[in-house]
Design a protein around this ligand. Structure first.
Ligand code: HEC
Length: 142
């Protein structure tokens, strides 16, 4: 039991630090109030949206429209330590493809397409921002 708690604690620390935003000290704001980049804000929207899509699929409901512009992945300002390298560009194209496919696929393959969306989130994150991966994995449909 103690070991389990220890591992949870280490996990939580890794999540906080591995994708934490770095801020140079040009602004005198308290450490806890670091600003999220535009891309990070979009990512949080992508998370919330896909979480609701998961529930819609499980209930057999119609999927809501995308609340964000997929193209903006390529232009929004991002935290300094990340960059639009080859991996980012490659995975964002795949991601875009699957996210759009949710609206064109048959209901039989909806779960597969949805899980492909989430696997693409994870794949891109493995090349850059590993912190949120355990959280993203919760979006998968078993
Ligand atoms: C093409 C690569 C890529 C894809 C695809 C991608 N992400 Fe991200 N994600 C990033 C990068 C890079 C960051 C760091 C952004 C920053 O801090 O500017 C990030 C940050 C995040 C964050 C942390 C935001 C914060 O508050 O700091 C979450 C959560 C997240 N992504 C979830 C997701 C989810 C859910 C998906 C799929 C629906 C997804 N991501 C798809 C690259 C990607």
């Amino acid at each position: 039991m103690r070991l389990k708690h220890f591992l949870i604690l280490i996990g939580a620390i890794l999540i906080i630090f591995s994708c934490a935003k770095e801020k140079k000290n040009q602004e005198k704001e308290p450490l806890m109030m670091r600003e999220a980049s535009e891309l990070a804000i979009m990512m949080e929207q992508m998370y919330a949206f896909n979480d609701s899509v998961k529930r819609q699929i499980l209930r057999g409901e119609e999927i809501s429209k995308l609340p964000f512009e997929l193209q903006e992945m390529h232009t929004l300002e991002m935290t300094d330590r990340f960059s639009r390298d080859d991996n980012f560009n490659k995975f964002s194209v795949v991601f875009e493809k699957y996210q759009k496919q949710l609206y064109t696929t048959t209901s039989d393959s909806l779960r597969t397409v949805y899980n492909n969306v989430i696997q693409t989130c994870i794949a891109c994150h493995q090349t850059s921002c590993t912190g949120p991966i355990p959280r993203i994995k919760k979006l998968l449909i078993d």
